[in-house]
Design a protein around this ligand. Structure first.
Ligand code: SAM
Length: 347
């Protein structure tokens, strides 16, 4: 597939025009905003007993809502990945090497993955290291990344079981084995303190909205060396991106959160590759360097006590709760636990 200079100019011009149109639409809607906000508030207070509707009306991202949305779309990313690399592939306006460009998406993705790999190598990842992706979707980032880096243990945590199940098939097909695939929440990581050497996210915190601070605290608790966040950041965003993120209830002040928590932010800047130029990626690297190191294992998301494994069940003796394991993927959200205090005695 040959991309001519003319193709490139036309695609970028069309992109800029679309952006301008949508900005002017936002401007027009802005005048109506106070009225819409009042109407939404009234609606929210009239449905006090319907938390889901209330959350929607108050435009707060609920974890359950995000889970439902992503679980239903399981398979889309893997299909998209295959489309990207099929035959000649296709081109799209994207951020390539820090510039707005029109490129084959497979080329952009290869460079994006190599850039993440290069960064992890710079941060010292080695064949003794463990790496965890939080919010790993269908593993379409961690699997190609695994082909470019040394590691000893590779793990993925994701809210949606179905996405992980699809991702495991994708990993097999690509010849990559992940030691752990865990359906759990970034807000309650089911791992011990100081256990994973490296933890990263790629556009996961953006989905968490107001819970992002808690997710960062959890990653900081579990990480030993570095946390790498690849997320949209409003500090570098265009007016368009700022408005779109705010409207969608996405998080946008990750640098401020990190500083407020007193963590060591050693790198912060625009990441040079992004599929969607309207949602640029920002890189945040937090250094932890804990002298302590605990073995990686699953712990209870509620009280962090070690879990006991019984065939297809994890049991937390401390709170008497069982968590199911389906097709090798444990369900380890707090909400997934079922009370069965005598489970160990009756087994
Ligand atoms: C935009 S996708 C990115 C997926 C993946 N990181 C990638 O690079 O392809 C965001 C993912 O974050 C997951 N997610 C959202 N909130 C989460 C949470 N609280 N805990 C764990 N995963 C979450 C979603 O289910 C979704 O799969």
């Amino acid at each position: 597939m040959e991309i001519t200079l003319r193709d490139k100019k036309n695609a970028i011009r069309a992109y800029e025009e679309r952006k301008k149109k949508s900005l002017s639409l936002i401007e027009n809607v802005r005048n109506l905003k106070p009225l819409l906000k009042r109407m939404r508030g009234r609606f929210a207070s009239s449905i006090v007993n319907r938390p889901t509707l209330q959350k929607w009306a108050g435009s707060v991202r609920s974890e359950q809502g995000v889970l439902r949305k992503y679980d239903r779309m399981a398979g889309d990313y893997v299909a998209g990945y295959h489309d990207m690399y099929k035959d000649e592939g296709y081109a799209q306006v994207c951020i390539f090497d820090g510039e707005l460009d029109y490129r084959k998406i497979s080329e952009m993705n290869d460079r994006r993955i190599r850039e993440i790999a290069g960064l992890l190598k710079e941060l010292g990842i080695s064949k003794e290291s463990s790496l965890l992706e939080v919010g790993a979707g269908e593993l379409t980032t961690i699997v190609p990344l695994a082909k470019e880096i040394p590691f000893s243990r590779l793990s993925a945590l994701e809210l949606s079981w179905s996405r992980l199940a699809v991702g495991k098939l994708f990993a097999n097909e690509q010849g990559i084995t992940l030691e752990d695939t865990i359906a759990a929440s970034a807000l309650d990581l089911p791992f011990p303190d100081n256990s994973y050497d490296y933890i990263y996210t790629s556009h996961c915190l953006e989905q968490i909205g107001k819970g992002a601070e808690r997710a960062i605290q959890e990653m900081h608790r579990v990480a030993r060396k570095y946390i790498v966040l690849l997320e949209p950041g409003l500090e570098f965003a265009s007016a368009y991106q700022k408005k779109a993120n705010k409207r969608a209830g996405r998080v946008g002040e990750i640098d401020r959160i990190i500083r407020r928590l007193g963590y060591n932010l050693v790198r912060h800047g625009l990441f040079p590759f992004a599929l969607n130029p309207g949602n640029k990626t920002v890189l945040y690297v937090i250094k932890k360097d804990s002298p302590e190191s605990n073995p990686i294992r699953c712990v209870c998301p509620c009280d962090k006590a070690p879990l006991e494994l019984y065939e297809q069940i994890y049991f937390c003796k401390k709170c008497g709760v069982v968590f199911p394991i389906v097709k090798g993927i444990p369900f380890l959200r707090k909400e997934d636990g079922l009370l069965a205090t005598k489970f160990d005695q009756l087994n």
